[in-house]
Design a protein around this ligand. Structure first.
Ligand code: SAH
Ligand code: SF4
Ligand code: F3S
Length: 474
């Protein structure tokens, strides 16, 4: 869809545009990307930044200084979508600044864009561009048209066979210890509460050769850990199974640690479980979202497994890699969830003893079956959802803290990520289980060092470096 603002002039003026040819309209302009949501969005934001930079634009940190403000948004729950709505409100131009040579252009990308489409342009008259995840490769051209005065919505899904995954530039990750690598997009599952299949479309796997080329490029740029990302990596089929992809990635020279997210319990196969026994570079941490500890609620959620199935998979994982750190997602107050069913969720968390639990109150999302049937299944009042959430979080925090405290006095291997965010005289990195460690030491980002843990809180460990670890790098 295209709407035109006839009176809008390009900030550089038409002369500059004609002199420089295609995409020259963008040369010298600045952009600022704000990212909400999950790692898919973090990855996509970096690809968008690369595309804009290649078109001659330059990144700036402050929204106020940017010619183009791009919000990469999340629609998974009400809270992240509200953040976008309120930011859009704050970005409303003051009277008189909407037209004219130096008007800032405003774009919304990501899942809110894909979910709301043209409606967003109608609701926010000062918005210039709505761009869905599949339109990312067309971003420079769309932004150029926005600077030329058009209002555009591009949220069409690209045909499975025509879609090309944008490839990361290794320069973007130089100096980083850890980097994300997309292995697939979309989701073919139909969990009753979830908007993601609507915002990210059908599953599509990135060809194995492309994934490996990206990982190799990153390793050459100094990256030591890759996190393979997709909404359900179990269904990866880019020329091999996901377990086989992990084997291939672990053969890349320079890569010392491999992680992935997310895996849905319903199709977690034995080959992926066995990969934890086979591949030492595959880190001992596994995010396996369970959502609920009640079989009735799980069936209503259309998750495709029972609590017994889930626990059997966990037993196998723990047998394959003793000590593996398990994390999960839980939804509190799903429509119809009774107090007794919620207590089953608490019991499951106490039984599994998760390293970390990410929990959310149920949030009805437009277009999902849980939103359509909420009243029929039984709305859980907001205060009750929050009470359940808080109870769960308190129990999960205690368990998490006990794992952290068990590390005190031990030497753990840490991949150094950089200078600590809270204290400039300390470094920070992660344990194999993915716990954050702040420590005193003298290593550089990308080095693997041993750190003796002196104290623990529920969100970080603290320690002192004890010499170099495996894979000391020049
Ligand atoms: N693909 C991932 C999940 C992506 S969404 C997976 O299947 O594991 C991340 C988490 O957000 C979900 O695991 C779920 O716990 C939560 N979530 C998704 N939709 C939600 C909703 N409508 N209300 C509350 N939480 C939700
Ligand atoms: Fe959503 Fe379920 Fe797909 Fe995860 S597997 S993205 S929760 S529909
Ligand atoms: Fe949010 Fe979209 Fe990720 S809805 S969780 S940004 S896939």
């Amino acid at each position: 869809m295209t709407m035109t603002n006839d009176s809008d002039a390009h900030p550089l003026g038409s002369e500059g545009a004609e002199a420089n040819g295609a995409l020259s309209l963008l040369r010298g302009l600045s952009f600022c990307i704000q990212t909400f949501g999950c790692q898919m969005n973090e990855y996509d934001s970096e690809r968008m930044a690369e595309l804009l930079t290649r078109s001659g634009m330059r990144p700036v940190a402050e929204i106020e200084q940017a010619d183009l403000v791009l919000l990469n948004t999340c629609a998974v729950r009400e809270k992240p979508s509200h953040k976008v709505v309120s930011l859009l409100g704050r970005l409303r131009p003051r009277q008189g600044t909407r037209r004219g040579a130096h008007r800032q252009r405003l774009a919304v990308a990501g899942c809110v864009a894909q979910h709301q489409k043209e409606e967003l342009l109608r609701q926010v008259p000062w918005l210039d561009l709505v761009i869905g995840p599949d339109a990312i490769p067309r971003l420079p051209e769309l932004v150029e048209r926005a600077f030329d005065g058009e209002r555009i919505c591009d949220t069409s899904f690209t045909d499975r066979h025509a879609y090309a995954f944008p490839n990361a530039q290794s320069e973007t990750v130089r100096g980083r210890a850890s980097a994300l690598v997309t292995v697939m997009k979309g989701c073919n599952n139909g969990c009753a509460y979830c908007v993601v299949p609507r915002t990210r479309g059908r599953e599509q796997s990135r060809p194995k050769a492309e994934v490996l080329a990206e990982v190799r490029g990153m390793a050459e740029a100094g990256v030591r850990e890759v996190v393979l990302i997709g909404q359900n990596v179990n269904s990866y089929d880019g020329g091999c199974s996901f377990a086989a992809l992990l084997s291939a990635v672990s053969e890349v020279t320079g890569i010392e640690r491999i992680r992935f997210t997310t895996s849905n319990p319903h199709d977690l196969g034995d080959d992926l479980v066995e990969a934890f026994a086979r591949l030492p570079k595959l880190m001992p941490s596994f995010h396996l979202p369970v959502q609920s500890g009640s079989d009735r609620v799980l069936a209503q959620m259309r998750r495709g497994y029972t609590v017994a199935d889930y626990l059997a998979r966990i037993d196998k994982l723990r047998a394959a890699r003793p000590g593996i750190a398990l994390t999960t997602d839980i939804i509190a107050g799903f429509p119809g969830e009774t107090e007794a069913e919620f207590e089953e969720t608490i019991a499951l968390c106490e039984r599994v003893r998760y390293e970390n639990v990410y929990s959310f109150v149920f949030s009805p999302r437009a277009g999902t079956s849980a939103a359509r049937h909420e009243a029929e299944w039984g709305i859980v009042p907001h205060e009750e959802k929050v009470r359940r959430l808080e109870k769960l979080q308190a129990i999960a925090r205690d368990i998490s803290l006990s794992f952290a405290q068990a590390k005190v006095g031990q030497a753990v291997e840490v991949l150094v990520e950089g200078v600590s965010k809270t204290r400039a005289d300390r470094l920070f990195g992660r344990t194999p289980e993915s716990r954050t460690v702040n420590f005193e030491g003298n290593a550089r980002a990308g080095e693997l060092v041993m750190v003796e843990i002196a104290s623990a809180s529920s969100n970080a460990l603290f320690g002192v470096q004890r010499g170099a670890g495996r894979g000391h790098l020049s």
